[in-house]
Design a protein around this ligand. Structure first.
Ligand code: GLP
Length: 260
């Protein structure tokens, strides 16, 4: 795991954007896996600036989002469709026909999930998967104890995630109970993962993910088995790491081409 620690979330967002830029600049038809939540918002702002200044184009990109709430139409302001359009896609030159999100509002959710897996395969797989992490160690909406072999499917949120995500809704009761998410196996097939986390609330999950045993009790810990993962943390999210000094030492001694 490549662990990059920065003083502030803003500095982390710039690193995240540089990782995305590098992938886009080295591939003819980059396929990006994208995430929602509060964490990647700053990175999307940096990417929008790069796009609007002419430094970076998303015209050749195809995107697949990680997850979506069940039962919310795309125009609902709490849906991840709405989030992605309003916080990112609408401000870039991306061709919207290459943008994909799971359809949590579909009548046949099982069919939606199967189709989503096929679409990812047809695009040639995901080059870079952007990830956040839940306070309980979830990635996408894969909650603790879910199978590491899971594919895109319908999942039920834990009470903790419903509570955590209720800040984005008017009332706790409005948070959907069911969701559609890429599975852990789907995420693990992407060629490179970029996980970002900020704040002390994430510190325990970060410690378990990086230094704990690989266990379905912390779904993100499976990333220890992925050959190419970049983790960008602010100081607060990294404060429980036993080997924090070592991660900083490693970064300081990297070769030029290994830096972002
Ligand atoms: C949601 C999303 C996850 C995200 C997590 C953390 O549950 N499904 O993909 O990583 O929230 O969100 P935040 O960045 O707001 O802390």
């Amino acid at each position: 795991m490549e662990i990059l620690i920065r003083d502030t979330p803003e500095a982390g967002a710039k690193v995240g954007a540089s990782v995305v830029r590098k992938i886009i600049q080295t591939k003819d038809k980059p396929v990006l896996g994208l995430a929602t939540g509060g964490t990647p918002l700053r990175m999307y702002k940096v990417l929008i600036r790069m796009n609007q200044s002419g430094e970076l184009s998303f015209r050749n990109c195809t995107t697949f989002n990680l997850d979506e709430y069940g039962g919310l139409p795309p125009e609902n302001k709490r849906s991840y469709h709405y989030y992605m359009m309003s916080n990112f896609f609408d401000h870039t030159d991306i061709d919207k026909k290459n943008v994909h999100l799971p359809d949590g509002y579909a009548e046949d959710l099982r069919e939606t999930c199967r189709k989503y897996e096929n679409l990812i395969n047809d695009a040639g797989g995901i080059d870079l998967q952007v990830l956040g992490i839940g306070a309980n160690g979830h990635i996408g909406f894969n909650e603790p104890t879910g199978s590491f072999a899971s594919r895109t499917w319908v999942k039920i949120l834990s009470k903790q995630t419903i509570q955590d995500n209720s800040i984005y809704f008017d009332k706790l009761e409005e948070v959907p109970r069911h969701v559609v998410t890429m599975g852990i196996a789907t995420i693990m097939e992407s060629r490179h993962c970029l996980l970002m986390a900020n704040g002390a609330k994430k510190a325990d999950a970060i410690r378990k993910m990086i230094e704990g045993p690989v266990s379905a009790s912390c779904p993100a810990s499976i990333l220890q088995m992925h050959p190419r993962v970049t983790i960008v943390l602010d100081e607060e999210a990294s404060y429980l790491l036993t080997f924090k000094d070592h991660y900083k030492w490693v970064e300081k001694n990297k070769l030029d081409w290994q830096l972002y």
